[in-house]
Design a protein around this ligand. Sequence first.
Ligand code: NAP
Length: 342
Amino acid sequence: MTNKETNLQFRLAARPVGMVKDSDWQQVEEPLRELADGEMLVKVLYLSLDPAMRGWMNDAKSYIRPVGIGEVMRAGGIGVVVESKSSRFAVGDYVQGGTGVQRYWIGPADDKSVGFRKVDAKLAPLPTYLNTLGMPGLTAYFGLIESGQPKAGETVVVSGAAGAVGQTVGQVAKQLGCRVVGIAGGTEKCDFVVDQLGFDACIDYKGGSVKDGLKQHCPDGVDVYFDNVGGEILDTVLTRINMKARIVICGAISQYNNTTPVKGPANYLSLLVNRARMEGIVVFDYADRYHLGIAQLGQWMKEGKIHSKEDIVQGLENFPQALNMLFEGKNFGKLVLQVASE
Ligand SMILES: NC(=O)c1ccc[n+]([C@@H]2O[C@H](COP(=O)([O-])OP(=O)(O)OC[C@H]3O[C@@H](n4cnc5c(N)ncnc54)[C@H](OP(=O)(O)O)[C@@H]3O)[C@@H](O)[C@H]2O)c1
């Protein structure tokens, strides 16, 4: 890079307590350096904003190491190669990988911790690769099928129904012949999953009682519960499960900003009574079969059987506020931050 382009990075300045504050970030702007052999420069176009990012900011044991203080915040992204001294990627290639929250990514093209791969911008809009054809879609697909093991005719309930993972869980369950009931915050989100995505019903947990909603919309009980939120909603669903029900613990967003210990399910003995099980899943465990999930989801999308809804916020400088939207229910669909135009 020979001109005066600079990189803008969001680095973790402090470990947040409760909701993330602006002071938990340090914005650093610095000139781009020259490339070494084997390196490339990627202009970041879109960043995936995920609830998991809140967990990565804690100094706690998890399925992945925490982001260190002073490090660029971890994030998945899609960008375009603007300079390359690598034989792996050429200028103009669209690539997906762990770009981090920054305007440019620079480094060895084969950096395994980033895991860049090419994406085909002609096959689908780029943000779709961060949603249905990316990590959330694969979480939904493998988590539901492998852990939830839904059978045609069964009732599947999913929370966070209008969000990234939830929208695909419900649509895949419909493809498998299940009755699907979503749980989401607000009538707009509930109407969307029923009218646009084909769910059978949706319970607005902000507008009424989840317990009453489950009684009304799951008259035969719940066979599979795909849990994205944890807390009270998980506890309530536990009171309505069937014999041999499967509960997929995908996430617990209601607990991620707790300043008190995580609230566990008080009604867990329902598992005993119903010989049911609860299982945690992590999408990375299915990595060797991602291509199979993407092929099936891509096929259903091509046939118009499932849809991908993204909520795109503009501007890297808006990253802190955009991330918090996830925890305030302000995103409607997969939350994506557009850093630059294509
Ligand atoms: N295990 C894995 O491998 C894996 C992979 C990806 C994601 N996840 C998990 O899956 C879940 C969904 O992630 P996503 O990317 O699809 O996010 P998302 O659903 O697109 O966005 C988060 C949504 O959570 C809901 N929410 C926020 N605070 C809540 C609260 N206190 N109680 C109930 N609902 C609340 C909001 O929807 P409403 O407006 O409807 O409340 C919000 O829009 C998260 O828990 C995430 O950590 C797990």
